[in-house]
Design a protein around this ligand. Sequence first.
Ligand SMILES: [Zn+2]
Ligand SMILES: [Zn+2]
Length: 554
Amino acid sequence: MIEAPKQDELLFLALGGAGEIGMNLNLYGHAGRWLMVDLGVTFGDDSTPGIDLIMPDISFIEQERAKLAGLVLTHAHEDHIGAMPWLWPRLRCPIYATPFTAAVLRRKMTESDFEGELPLTEIPMSGRFRIPPFELELITLTHSIPEPNAVVIRTGAGTVLHTGDWKLDPEPLVGPVADEAALRRLGEEGVLAMVCDSTNALVPGESGSEATVRDSLDVLIGRAKQRIAVACFSSNVARLESVAKAAAKHDRQVALVGRSLWRINQAARETGYLSDVPDFVSEHDADFLPRDKLVLLCTGSQGEPRSALARIARNEHPAVQLEPGDTVIFSSRVIPGNERDIGRLQNELARLGVEIVTERDHDVHVSGHPAQDELAQMYQWVRPRIAVPVHGEARHMMAHARLAEACQVPQAIVPANGAVIRLAPGPAERIAEVPSGRYGLDGSTLIPLHGETIRFRHRMLHNGAAVAMLLLTGKGKLAAEPEIAIQGLGEPDEIEAARTAAAAAVRAALEKLPAESRRSEDAIKEAARIAVRRSLHARYGKKPLTEVRILRLS
Ligand SMILES: [Zn+2]
Ligand SMILES: [Zn+2]
């Protein structure tokens, strides 16, 4: 535990998002209070069997929640708001967000069993507000979702610009361009620290514009002869609009296939976006349209097996089919870790005879994060005394720190989840550690990812499991042949032999136990456990997770 932030101090603490791209959770401490920025998730993979959603350990701020003044959400991406349904109910602090983010959040909160009124204050774009002792201002940037906001945090100990996710898109198509005047004004005013997006710090040049993507989609949709499907991230409203406009120009209607697209569509229209785009048609109505009069907008660009596009590719979708000569455009990037799933999906589409277009073939995607030239531009405008790279893996944050130093920022400090960094009074330094870690949503409960459940699940996954049940007399002798259950090891036609052999091994081991040990349940269990594992290892070359249960006759 650490002392409450002092009057002259400004502290920064990431509980998620430092050293990773995902589950962003940032805290600022000043004059006895904490301010939270974002509360996101990250996604599970092969290393987290059974776990799709991962979120930060919030035990520190949960204990300090009397000092938690409020939570500002920068934008509506999952890695910034995705943990709200599960973690916010433990904090119950006031929430601040712009209208689109608020609309997405309200829908999201219905995913959990949280019911009741959210203490959510909508802040207009470029709005100023107070969460004492913090004075806040939003600065509009551009990204890959409507309403990406940087947050200016002014305190008696200095001013921080927390950029959130951003890029400099000269033609974002939805929403205004980044507010350069506000950033320059802030630079003039003086900025202690900039906490900034590192995602593309290794990428030279600029990230490119949504306008380029719109032009490419227009060409591709214009020249296609049959049905077209476009896979993109559902939250990219500008991309949805681009597909809709290109489709309308070429006399096609657009169907949304996938629930998250409909949710974003509703949130967008409710807050004034997509207003000059015709209504989308449902997947059921889509099937009645001629093949050359339709564009399908689908979820599943990352090859997620349960998504709309994966089901279409497997010919398992109830309403929508693709045929030879149809086109699928992946208007998205490959998120590292998803290569295999995407490869599988594209193979399935190829087998259907579908033409596949990706960002390697045409300009059908641009990143929403700043490449090196954009970062340098931001440092020129804001001129912070301290650079704090976040929203990146170690290599991205280190590259970002070097870039900041090359941009004449006097100090760059690379944070880690759980490390308390004192930004003022300076120089910036790590002053303490608080607990940090990851929790996975396992069915309906949150479990620590470094806990027993996942450890055991891994061992079962790789080695199978066995349970030995022993019926013992009062004197510790076997009253019947041991029962051995084996799972995830052995095929049905020979599993009986394996069970018999393991049971015999247990009997032999127990007979060898000295009389004294036979009075100890632990000694019996351990002897039986080793016997089962040895027997199965001799047969299969695997050591399954093994448990022994004892029943006693009295
Ligand atoms: Zn993000
Ligand atoms: Zn984002």
